[in-house]
Design a protein around this ligand. Sequence first.
Ligand code: PLP
Length: 295
Amino acid sequence: MSLPLTLLIDPVSVDSDRTDFSDTFHETDSAAPALRVGELSAQRGDGVFETLSVVNGHPQAVEPHIARLCNSAEICELPVPNADQWRAAIAYAVARLPHEGEVALKFVLSRGVESGPAPTAWLHATRATDFRAVRENGVRVVTLDRGYARGVAERAPWLLMGAKTLSYATNMAALREAKRRGADDTIFLTTDGYVMEGPTSSVVLRIGGSYVTPAPSGAILHGTTQQSIFEYLRDRGEQVEYRDVTVDELRRADAAWLGSSVRLAVAITAIDGEPMRTDRPLTDDLNAYLLGRTA
Ligand code: PLP
């Protein structure tokens, strides 16, 4: 029941016939050295990861996160993750986490050390940042050019767009640029003016009574939070759509949110300095729903 909690994991092949994985991971002191200096995750950001939220002891959207880890690994040509092993490691960790409050549980699959062992994997759970105020007050956003035109993932698959790789240096640089411009967060645009995603979030807009998110074409991640938001809206009889969204549509949207696993749904209150309409009751409902998920 203590935090942080760290597990070192020996990745098991996808075609293993094991059913018990308990001897394939072990707890380690979170403050102790655990990785070798030759680790390609540290040297080159060469690995993939997921972060899911554990709320009051319930891990959220485990299956969509594991599915996305597998998809990211495939894009990066990493060994195929054994989903049952990840389920077992997550369950082991969750059983040892506090049953109250919000925890961020990050799990990583790295290409490993050049001369072996490879691949390497670990899981690290920490107390989540307190996002209650930002869920209530929203974020000011600037749009930033991602530097690629629409269709880049298909033209240049080696850019690994659509994989959640450990290489988040550009994403963090974009957040610093947003701060320099007096905002809290950013939305990436293609060079030809289409909405992509935030550096750590998906974009959901309400346009003319329909809820819209940019299609996860391969250039952006398919957000697990966005998928939960769409499930909630669909259940309420609302219309939801995956499609291309232009920056002009973003600016004229009736309301817009950024969605991500730990911060959850936050309203966009301004875009490039222009105030944006918000829907506080719906934002509250979305976050109550997201926090209440038990799977
Ligand atoms: N897009 C990017 C680039 C992200 O890093 C994230 C989350 O970290 C998301 C979208 C949202 O994904 P999720 O809702 O699964 O956290």
